[in-house]
Design a protein around this ligand. Structure first.
Ligand code: PLP
Length: 371
């Protein structure tokens, strides 16, 4: 049995009877830019995640870039980020005029290590981008405490973590709701995916929310009047219509991902060559990815390929080793936990529509390799 890494067609089959009329309604009104669905989606996401302002934009990349631009970084200003993340996290820092400072991760969760962050803080540090990688929140209490003491902003890259939660002070808090700003991505493969690009900025700060609303339309609240220089970064009404429908399924889908993860955990716990991902007990994970650490990872990947089992390496090269960041002076050995993860991680198929039979085929193929 072949099992794809992701099956968006299977998801489409379950929702098409609701999504297609929603799209037709937008088409009949011809309100493609900032139509009513955009505001409705912003309200719905703000309510769901417990934030005061949710501002839709064109991509998760822009959802990181615009809050960083709002900080008016000066040359030499530093922004701490993990290296073990998607490129956009650090690309946004560069494009906002700052310098990324890469720090290492906790090898068991793949999340930013607070001690490494603290050690990297300098008088030039303006912000920390905390990435909630694979759908699990990084330790926010420590991050907020160490940033707060020094007046440094925390920006949450929640592109992979919509709906993820963490227990802080006895209360559940959502990914993206705790920092100065949070960024969501609606890239089609995400837990809440559009039918194209899309993103959203989250903040509890009303003034920042108003500013982000301006920055996404060339920096002016009133058309043809510009208080600052922004850009064109809006979410299409058609995408908002798709997302509004899908949002109703999100908590069910995230719960289904957790159930799949529990099945994988059961299969791999105690395996001599495969290490399931560790979940911090304070966290409710949404498993954008189910990522194991595996001995002889590349040979395992080749074996899965030969059996028709989808898999991927997120991420084979840390950002500190990317050629475009070579001038920053990192080299092999700079971030040992990141480099160990690059060599050992493997993500397996996990999505709500995955069947027991498909998942059993994945587990069997992994076991077969090490038998
Ligand atoms: C961790 C992370 N940050 C940022 C992004 C950027 O999002 P987008 O592809 O919507 O620009 C992504 C997704 O691709 C991501 O996974």
């Amino acid at each position: 049995m072949s099992v794809p890494l992701l099956d968006l067609v299977a998801q489409y089959q379950t929702i098409k009877d609701v999504v297609l009329p929603a799209l037709q309604s937008v088409i009949e009104r011809q309100q493609f830019i900032m139509g009513q669905e955009v505001g409705e989606l912003e309200c719905a996401v703000a309510g769901l995640l417990g934030v005061r302002q949710a501002v839709a934009c064109a991509s998760g990349t822009d959802a990181l870039l615009l809050p960083l631009q709002s900080m008016r970084l000066q040359p030499g200003d530093e922004v701490i980020t993990p290296s073990f993340t998607f490129f956009a996290t650090a690309g946004a820092v560069h494009n906002a005029g700052g310098t990324p400072v890469f720090v290492d991760i906790d090898p068991s969760t793949f999340l930013l290590d607070p001690a490494a962050v603290e050690a990297a803080i300098t008088p030039r540090t303006r912000a920390i981008i905390v990435v909630h990688l694979y759908g699990q929140m990084a330790p926010m209490e420590s991050m907020l405490a160490l940033a707060g003491r020094r007046g440094i902003a925390v920006i949450e890259d929640a592109a992979q973590a919509i709906g993820a939660r963490q227990r802080i002070g006895g209360e559940w808090r959502s990914a993206g709701s705790l920092g100065l700003a949070g960024a969501l991505s609606f890239f089609p493969s995400k837990n809440l995916g559009a039918w194209g690009d899309g993103g959203m900025m989250l903040t509890q700060d009303e003034a920042l929310g108003a500013r982000l609303r301006k920055l996404r339309v060339h920096g002016g609240a009133k058309q043809y009047h510009h208080e600052e220089v922004g850009t064109n970064s809006r979410l299409d009404t058609l995408q908002a219509a798709v997302l509004l429908v899908k949002l109703q399924y999100l908590s069910r889908w995230n719960a289904a991902r957790r159930a799949r993860a529990a099945r994988y955990d059961h299969a791999f716990t105690g395996h001599p060559a495969v290490c399931p991902p560790r979940v911090d007990p304070a966290n409710e994970h949404v498993y954008h990815q189910y990522t194991i650490r595996a001995e002889r990872r590349d040979q395992l990947a080749a074996h899965l390929k030969s059996r028709g089992i989808g898999h991927a390496v997120y991420y084979p090269v840390g950002l500190h080793l990317q050629p475009c960041f070579a001038p920053l002076g990192y080299r092999q050995g700079s971030l040992p936990a990141t480099e160990a993860a690059m060599a050992s991680v493997l993500s397996l198929p996990i999505y709500p529509e995955l069947t027991d039979a498909q998942q059993d085929a994945v587990i069997a193929a992994v076991r077969e390799f090490y038998a």
